[in-house]
Design a protein around this ligand. Structure first.
Ligand code: MG
Length: 336
């Protein structure tokens, strides 16, 4: 098996502002694994607040030797091997896992979604995320989102109500909200949650600091809409900790170290009666098609990555009625 990779800077249509950060581009590592005449494609999206970079990804890849693994791949063994090389590094581990899933599908001549047991009929709609911005820009972004059935808004500043009111002045589509740990006072947060509920917000991600377990649990007990752990849940062992603190979890391949562990998290969350949102970082079609292959096993999807960028190196995923359309092509169904 031959592994090749190259850094890529993914540019965003709009500077992306959330409660704590703002950025205009995201460093990626695009990765290919070739075996037996087939090439699997993977991708790491290294958003700055997660601590990975082109440098850390390169250092990790320099340690990787996949020669011991043969098709059909044992993804559980591969995950254990990658974790044995170094802790952390979930995005670059995800890139390898995604490329191997794509390759596995191509070698078996089956789409990844089928190999993972997903039913395309159950594909949820994907939300389109709008970052914090001036009202004029917000209105423009809402217009760009006309193909989406749900809009996700980034909250967590003093201007949360104005932002929602601006959106509501142009559209009535259902909303998801993400506070990105930005709410500090739980009583105030609860009042805002009731108001957001009236405004048609259907779920809220990470209301308070991930370390404030009591605060988040207090809110979940009282909230009229589901509260979802994002920053608080990265990998499989974190799923259990969400029980009793949140109503559900947000799974992202760049946190879970790939598709294999994401599916383990889905199984665990179902056992614990937790709802599941599948999300993404700033990603090309490659990583979002990998998430889309698992999305039918989740309650909600927020995999709008390629639609928020200007230089996606692949063809944009097929999208209809606000949903990804899963391809019958072998592997991820990625078109170069
Ligand atoms: Mg989030």
């Amino acid at each position: 098996m031959k592994l090749t990779y190259q850094p890529f800077e993914l540019k965003l249509k709009h500077p992306f502002t959330i409660a704590k950060f703002s950025r205009t581009a995201t460093p990626l590592m695009l990765l290919q694994i070739t075996h037996d005449g087939h090439t699997g494609y993977g991708e790491a999206s290294m958003v700055p607040y997660m601590g990975e970079s082109v440098e850390t990804a390169t250092a990790f890849l320099n340690q990787v030797d996949l020669s011991a693994f043969k098709s059909p791949f044992d993804f559980s063994d591969i995950t254990t091997y990658l974790d044995s090389l170094a802790p952390g590094n979930p995005a670059i581990k995800a890139a390898i896992d995604i490329a191997l899933h794509d390759l596995d599908g191509k070698l078996k001549q089956q789409p990844c979604w089928q190999l993972l047991g997903s039913n395309p009929q159950l594909m949820p709609v994907t939300s389109f995320t709008i970052g914090i911005d001036a009202p004029d820009v917000i209105r423009q972004k809402v217009q760009e989102a006309e193909n989406f059935k749900v809009i996700k808004v980034k909250l967590g500043r003093d201007t949360d109500k104005e932002l929602i009111q601006t959106i509501r002045s142009v559209t009535n589509v259902p909303l998801y909200a993400d506070a990105n740990q930005g709410w500090v006072d739980k009583e105030k947060a609860l009042n805002l949650i009731y108001w957001l509920h009236e405004q048609g917000v259907q779920l809220i991600e990470q209301p308070m600091l991930k370390t404030d377990i009591d605060g988040n649990a207090w809110l979940t007990e009282r909230s009229p809409i589901p509260l979802i752990a994002d920053e608080a849940v990265q990998r499989l062992p974190d799923v259990e900790k969400a029980k009793g603190v949140y109503n559900g979890i947000n799974i992202k391949l760049m946190k879970s170290a790939g598709m294999h562990e994401a599916q383990q998290m889905i199984i665990k969350a179902r056992q614990l009666d937790l709802k599941i949102l599948i999300g993404c970082m700033s990603e090309t079609s490659c990583a979002t098609l990998a998430a889309a292959a698992l999305a039918p096993q989740c309650d909600w999807a927020d995999i709008d990555g390629p639609f928020l960028t200007t230089n996606n190196p692949y063809k944009n995923p097929e999208f209809r009625d606000g949903k990804y359309v899963l391809s019958d092509d072998a592997g991820l169904g990625l078109s170069l």
